[in-house]
Design a protein around this ligand. Structure first.
Ligand SMILES: Cc1cc2nc3c(=O)[nH]c(=O)nc-3n(C[C@H](O)[C@H](O)[C@H](O)COP(=O)(O)O)c2cc1C
Length: 217
């Protein structure tokens, strides 16, 4: 049995990537990690050209990546939340899985999970609930394809202003906007997945739960 993990995070060895790798490792099964930045994948163009063939007409890596999703027994999708919604690469990947839907429902019945890295603290009621929007985008896709949504992992990531070098001076900085008027780059600090016990536990649990689902089939 094989579990496919797909990360939409473009950052090298990002929090999103590391959470996904831990979830995959926790399955104890054969796994494959895909970094979407390494591939070319356009969004669905809604032409319905895949209806009769289950093969997209766009000649890019979206065809090969859909084949991998079709061949896998389970799927974990990991993304982040620019402007409070699922990132464009991960969204394009999801849209291109539409080619697997028609007549056969090639993803139906497969266990799936979501991993989302976000920056807006979940207790900040002035900002959109980015982690909910990100998780739901993946969860509802899986539900619409008849997959069995097993669970999600939420990782508190870093607002880019933490690392850009101008985070304390820039009038557009997200530091005070997200963390309050007294916050600075040094008081907020750089967050890492491994320092978040709840997220680490959730990643391990997601991997184990997916493995249990597969073994009970
Ligand atoms: C252009 C841009 C916009 C972002 N906007 C938001 C946002 O609106 N809400 C949010 O929670 N995080 C936002 N983030 C932060 C990311 O969701 C996330 O914390 C981080 O980029 C994840 O990176 P990682 O996977 O390398 O850890 C934004 C990041 C970028 C690059």
């Amino acid at each position: 049995m094989k579990v496919l993990g797909v990360s939409g995070s473009p950052i090298k060895n990002s929090n999103t990537d590391r959470a996904l790798r831990l979830a995959l490792e926790s399955t104890g099964l054969e796994t494959e990690f895909i970094k979407l930045k390494d591939y070319t994948i356009a969004p669905c163009q809604a032409c319905l050209g895949c209806i009769k063939t289950n093969r997209c007409v766009i000649d890019d890596d979206g065809i090969m990546l859909a084949e991998k999703a079709k061949d896998a027994d389970a799927l974990i999708i990991a993304g982040f939340t620019p402007y409070s919604t699922l990132d464009a690469r991960t969204k394009a990947f999801i849209e291109r899985l539409y080619q697997l839907r028609h007549t056969h429902g090639y993803l139906a019945g497969k266990p799936g999970g979501a991993i989302i890295t976000y920056a807006v603290p979940t207790d900040n009621e002035m900002m959109p609930p980015a982690s909910d929007f990100g998780v739901n985008a993946i969860k509802f896709f899986m539900m619409e394809e008849g997959m069995e949504f097993v669970g999600d992992v939420r990782v508190e990531g870093n607002v880019p202003c933490i690392k850009c070098g101008d985070g304390d001076e820039c009038k557009m900085s997200g530091i005070k906007m997200l963390y309050g008027p007294d916050a600075t780059v040094s008081t907020v600090g750089v967050g890492a997945f491994e320092e978040q016990p709840a997220a680490v536990d959730a990643a391990v649990k997601l991997g184990k739960d997916i493995a249990d689902k597969l073994k009970s089939k």
